[in-house]
Ligand binder design. Structure first.
Ligand code: NAD
Length: 500
């Protein structure tokens, strides 16, 4: 039965997950076990092993062996594509089950989780085509004695460290693209949300991925994550998480083997609204942009920069919209805003709300925790009269807290949008094509939305400017990122001798 048609509840006892090496899920055994409590229900839902450094070595060595014997990279693109396509089909078949565990561990609404996971199937299906179309280049213009070929090769063993806000989606924005060219993977999910990464390992195996090509080690960041970043036999690492941890990853890569890095870090993303925009549309988009995933989203539109003539009215329109959004049990189909994922993040958001009031910003709506009887929830919050020097305007809050600052000219709006260390995403709302293009060109952001926000899909790349990261994921760009380029010079005929 489709789970969307019946009422879900948390499990009666937590489900034990293992870690996954060389094609097999391995139980915790005598390892310490981390029990995850559902953020929306306060009950234990999963048990995850804390892997050791030896487990990590085992996983890296399984991936290395699989890479070196070419059981995956030596296949043709069509054979790799077939596995990726089967994975997509299996994800579609198990959407309800994956979404259930994703919701229990993360606190996100079940309907949203289901939509994210369906999108993940699409990623695998799209990447299957890329596995077949990836190609190099040829230089036939080097004279009669020389032919040049540029090929792309997989980088080798790739580590993937993911955060807790989109455990399955962020994983699937990487894995199919990394696999498309023939790499092998060791994934380390967030210690708060590991279940669905282990579920993906099971699905990949079932889809026919050879043993050792996709491995999962579970455990905390400072132990297992740091060890993965320092590992001398990992060729590339994709890290998604905070800018602070990103700095530790860069240092670890530099101190070990200079592994290639992909970094997706924080954001403080502007939503620029001009008075000539369709304000009803814009208010809905701005509300969605800050409340989606309770603002625990690297691309949340957390800074509203709005033309002064409509600023007050527009902030109220956004607050009215947010007032109608349904916050509640993440397992309830009607819920739009779920629970705050971690205890620490809950405290951080509430502290920023206090800071905003202490800094003199005006509270338009929200501003407090919501008591729903169990779990931790925060009302979507809007602050107006926010100035650029305030902490709530500068620092990534990673919660449902929107700041509102007015502007008078296009140049001023662009300058305000760029007045941040980050450059992950931005949106502009206007019916004037000239203004839309001018802003799109001059605002520094890796993802840009015009009269919409948070749109995405497997074709368009994701990644940031400035301190939001290095490199791009998804699309053909995400496949190329995980390849090495090799230049091959081929002499034709007799060599011109250097000696004699
Ligand atoms: P985090 O940096 O604390 O943790 C992210 C991952 O890194 C987790 O798996 C964690 O276990 C691991 N980790 C922690 N310390 C580590 C270390 N020293 N070495 C190696 N790995 C380590 O971030 P978080 O709290 O899980 O996620 C929230 C942050 O992630 C926010 O700041 C947000 O902006 C960012 N984020 C960015 C994107 C993006 O695409 N740019 C997406 C999601 C989240």
């Amino acid at each position: 039965m489709d789970q969307s048609s019946r009422r879900l509840s948390p499990p009666e006892a937590p489900r034990a997950f293992g870690f996954f090496i060389d094609g097999a899920e391995r139980p915790a055994g005598d390892r310490e076990v981390m029990t995850r409590t559902s953020p929306g229900h306060d009950v234990p839902v999963t048990e995850i092993p804390q892997c050791s450094a030896a487990d990590l070595d085992h996983a890296v060595s399984a991936a290395r062996t699989a890479f070196e014997d070419r059981r995956w990279s030596g296949l043709n693109g069509a054979a790799r594509a077939a596995v990726l396509l089967r994975t997509g089909a299996l994800i579609r078949k198990r959407v309800d089950d994956i979404a259930y565990w994703e919701t229990l561990e993360s606190g996100k609404p079940i309907a949203q989780a289901r939509a994210e996971i369906t999108g993940c199937a699409d990623m695998f299906e799209y990447a299957s085509g890329l596995a077949r179309s990836l190609h190099g280049d040829a230089f036939n213009n080097l004279g009669d004695g020389m032919f040049g070929v540029v090929t792309r090769e997989p980088v080798g063993v790739v580590g993937i460290i993911t955060p807790w806000n989109f455990p399955f989606l962020i994983l699937c924005e990487r894995v199919p693209y990394v696999l498309a060219s023939g790499n092998c993977i060791v994934a380390k999910p967030s210690e708060f949300t590991s279940a669905t990464t282990v579920m993906l390992a099971q699905i990949l195996s079932e889809a026919g991925l050879p043993d050792g090509v996709f491995n999962v080690v579970t455990g905390t960041g400072p132990t297992i994550g740091q060890a993965l970043a320092e590992h001398g036999d990992v060729d590339m690492l994709s890290f998604t998480g905070s800018t602070r941890t990103g700095r530790a990853i860069v240092a670890a890569a530099g101190a070990s083997n200079f592994k290639k890095l992909g970094l997706e870090l924080g954001g403080k993303n502007p939503q620029i609204v001009f008075a000539d925009a369709d304000l009803e549309d814009a208010a809905d988009g701005v509300a969605f942009g800050i409340a989606f995933n309770t603002g625990q989203c690297c691309v949340s539109g957390s800074r509203l920069i709005v033309e002064r003539s409509v600023a007050e009215k527009f902030a109220q329109m956004v607050a009215d919209k947010l007032g109608k959004a349904v916050t509640g049990d993440p397992l309830d189909e009607a819920t739009q805003l779920g629970a705050i994922t971690t205890e620490a993040q809950n405290a951080t958001i509430l502290t920023y709300i206090e800071t905003g009031q202490a800094e003199g910003a005006t509270l338009v709506c929200g501003g407090a925790a919501l008591d729903l009887g169990r779990g931790r929830y925060i009302a979507p919050t809007v602050f107006s009269n926010v100035t650029a020097d305030m902490a709530i305007a500068r620092e990534e809050i990673f919660g449902p807290v929107l700041t509102v600052t007015p502007f008078d000219t296009v140049d001023e709006a662009i300058a305000m949008a760029n007045d941040t260390d980050y450059g992950l995403a931005a949106s502009v709302w206007t019916k004037d094509i000239d203004k839309a293009l001018m802003v799109t060109r001059r605002v520094q952001a890796g993802r840009f939305w015009v009269n919409t926000t948070l749109a995405g899909g497997p074709e368009l790349p994701i990644g940031g400017f400035k301190q939001s990261g290095w490199g791009r994921e998804a699309g053909i760009y995400g496949v190329e990122e995980y390849t090495q380029i090799k230049s091959v010079h081929i002499e034709i005929g007799k060599r011109n001798h250097w000696i004699g």
